[in-house]
Design a protein around this ligand. Structure first.
Ligand code: MRU
Length: 341
């Protein structure tokens, strides 16, 4: 039996991917033998979460290098295909840049690309542990924590970003309860975070996304922890759509709001979050929840997958290199995080 929390497994020339669309009801594995299968899995959210997307794409390149007659040109085409899957998360482009470099200097394409993919995976696992060790120091007493989307093992190559900190802080008896937002429209919170918390024995309460303000009014939330898909030099942070509302609420209720992300998510080329391309996804992701809506005509649907939280609403960033506090400037944020992208 495969461990579903190790949801990306390289085995004898193939990548085994846990199909996250089937969770929490069923454990379904996809055996990818080529880059196209990996690209499809990323596009359809079978694998998702910024670091996990980067890792899967890196293995996709390693698969392309194993194809019969593979050359640096055919592997380059696979890299370009994988780069077109999802535009917002930076880890994908960071990982593909590393794979491109591995291809450029390879004597043996097959082993060079596999080594690079395994290294990207192992680095992310380590980053998760280091973020958890840094993040746990935020908690001064037993607290109630609110989180969003899924930022756990399923979103990374290790124990997770925000959810990795949460699991570690719970084990250290610094958390009383976790509140997980459902995360409409795709339900990463309800489907994946609930599943992960229950498996880890972390007490978790599911709420709809529009219940966060009421929860905060009631004094149940001491801290908000979220992940990130891409972070600009001024600390502007793109993350799952709905994160911005939580950051604004947290500011209104004077609740600390932390972004937990490895430096592989920091994009030094962007001055502000205005430059982040926000993915828009199919209308059906929203409409399928309302029975009968498919028969109604004459309306439009807007389905952005991410939003951008201004850096001024972020209390601190938790990275594998430690905690970064404001003011967030290119220098403060990127000096602290330099060198590991
Ligand atoms: O659309 P998804 O499920 O890929 O979005 C995931 C998120 O927004 C996560 O919060 C982010 O990638 C950080 S995961 C460690």
């Amino acid at each position: 039996m495969r461990d579903p929390l190790k949801h990306l497994q390289w085995e004898r020339g193939a990548l085994w991917l846990l199909d996250q669309r089937a969770l929490p009801g069923r454990i379904v594995w996809i055996r990818a033998r080529d880059a196209e299968t990996v690209a499809g899995a990323i596009e359809t959210l079978a694998v998702r979460g910024a670091p996990a997307i980067g890792i899967a794409a890196a293995y996709g390149v390693a698969l392309a290098a194993r194809e019969h007659g593979a050359t640096s040109r055919t592997v380059g085409a696979a890299i370009r295909r994988l780069a077109r899957t999802r535009p917002t998360g930076y880890n994908l482009f960071n990982a593909l840049a590393q794979m491109e470099a591995a291809v450029a200097s390879a004597h043996d394409l097959k082993s060079a690309t596999l080594d690079a993919a395994l290294r990207i995976h192992a680095n992310d696992e380590l980053d998760c542990d280091l973020m958890a060790a840094a993040g746990v120091t935020l908690f001064k007493r037993r607290e109630g924590v609110l989180t969003y989307c899924n930022t756990g093992a399923l979103a990374t190559g290790g124990i997770g970003t925000a959810l990795g900190v949460i699991k570690t802080a719970f084990a250290a008896k610094r958390i009383t309860e976790v509140f997980a937002c459902e995360t409409r429209p795709v339900g990463q919170g309800a489907r994946l975070t609930i599943w992960e918390c229950v498996r880890a024995g972390v007490p978790v309460t599911l709420i709809c996304d529009n219940m966060a303000a009421s929860l905060m009014t009631g004094g149940k939330v001491d801290r908000v922890l979220v992940g990130a898909d891409r972070i600009a030099r001024n600390g502007d942070t793109s993350n799952k759509i709905g994160t911005l509302s939580l950051a604004m609420l947290a500011r209104a209720y004077k609740i600390p709001f932390h972004v937990v992300a490895p430096t592989s998510t920091f994009d030094a080329s962007l001055a502000t979050g205005k430059q982040i391309k926000i993915e828009e996804r199919a209308a059906e992701e929203i409409t399928r929840a309302t029975r009968g809506l498919e028969r109604v005509r004459g309306y439009r649907v807007w389905n952005p997958a991410f939003d951008v939280t201004p850096g001024r609403l972020v209390t601190s960033f938790v990275t594998e290199q430690g905690i970064v506090r404001p003011p967030f400037t290119g220098r403060s944020l990127f000096n602290a995080t330099a060198g590991s992208n």
